[in-house]
Design a protein around this ligand. Structure first.
Ligand SMILES: O=C[C@H](O)COP(=O)(O)O
Length: 333
């Protein structure tokens, strides 16, 4: 027996900011600012420990937040055995991320994921499957995930993916530049990637699980933003440790500081290992509290996730019907 339609859901979705912010133009490398950037791990961990409990949203509010989360997912497949068929199924899910009967019960229309994220070779099938939907295709690039191919090859890879129709490019930075403290090299690399992107938006993957310290994460975040990144992203999903809350808090505070100084809004994308609806809610609480509602839009926040959507759909089904179904009934791709 469907529950009464929660009246909060459609307004919560409609209230999503639709404004187009100007892109981050970047700025000159400010070494004094980079050197001054610090990250106090114990304070950061204490702050993160408060997040899961304090912001417990229930019922219709939880369903509304979960639907909002869906609109901010970069629905991802990044496997060596990806095929056009798998990508087509993923894109069908991006167009209709939650079962029509469930959305109908909630009075919600027009919900899609934020983007579909694939390797270069899968751009064409993704574009074909998303035709007319307005959903952008994001391509991982620059020798993803290690980023150790020749520099010219990495630039050419970006240009090829933009020419193929990707509107967003997820690059990986050279971790050694961070580990060696060569901030000028990191800045020059990211600035060159940004130039190669042209009109496509640049998401810079820090691969934080390989950067050693939170201070390195804070400094690398600032350098990427100074070099013109549209988004900073935690991880490839292939590192041993991917998106963690302490890393996320460090990065969003760097975004907040950069906005405070320059007035430019840079987006944030936690990625890798985010697979449960309740974790998505904690990430949204982090963004709301640290950056404010202006960032709770697909333009400025994305989850990079391959399996999160299935769990969210399952929770939405529970909200509508009062029953849980098996996870296998909510395949993503
Ligand atoms: O950028 C997205 C990640 O590769 C997805 O990671 P995941 O498969 O752990 O959700």
């Amino acid at each position: 027996m469907p529950r009464t339609m929660p009246q909060t859901i459609q307004p919560a979705l409609a209230a999503l900011p639709q404004t187009m912010h100007p892109r981050n133009p970047g700025m000159a490398l400010d070494m004094a600012w980079i050197r001054a950037a610090r990250a106090n791990r114990s304070a950061i961990e204490r702050r993160c420990a408060t997040l899961p409990g304090r912001r417990s949203v229930k019922g219709a509010h939880q369903a509304a937040w979960l639907l909002r989360a869906v609109s901010m997912i970069d629905l991802t497949t990044l496997s060596g055995d990806d095929t056009p068929g798998r990508v087509a199924r993923l894109c069908a899910k991006a167009r209709q991320p939650v079962r029509a009967d469930l959305l109908g019960a909630l009075g919600v229309e027009g919900l899609t994921t934020g983007a579909v994220c694939v390797y270069h070779e899968m751009i064409a099938p993704a574009l074909a499957a998303l035709d007319g939907s307005g959903i952008p295709v994001a391509a991982v690039s620059t020798g993803f995930p290690a980023g150790l191919s020749p520099f010219a090859t990495r630039l050419a890879e970006i240009e090829a993916s933009v020419a193929a129709g990707a509107r967003e490019i997820d690059i990986v930075i050279s971790r050694r530049h961070v580990l060696l403290g060569d901030w000028q090299a990191l800045y020059d690399e990211v600035a060159a990637f940004r130039a190669a992107c042209g009109p496509a938006h640049l998401k810079t993957i820090l691969a934080t699980g390989e950067l050693g310290t939170l201070q390195n994460v804070a400094r690398a975040s600032l350098v990427c933003m100074m070099a013109g990144a549209d988004f900073i992203k935690t991880s490839t999903g292939k590192e041993p440790v991917n998106a963690t809350l302490p890393v996320g808090l460090t990065m969003v505070r760097a975004i907040r500081a950069y906005h405070g100084v320059t007035g430019h809004r840079v987006g944030f994308k936690p990625a890798g290992g985010i697979s449960r609806a309740r974790d998505a809610l904690v990430w949204l609480a982090l963004i709301k509290e640290e950056l404010g509602d202006a960032w709770l839009t697909p333009e400025l926040f994305r989850f990079g996730a391959s399996s999160l959507l299935g769990d969210i759909e399952r929770q939405i089904e529970h909200h509508v019907t009062g029953a849980y179904s098996a996870a296998w009934r909510h395949p993503v791709g």
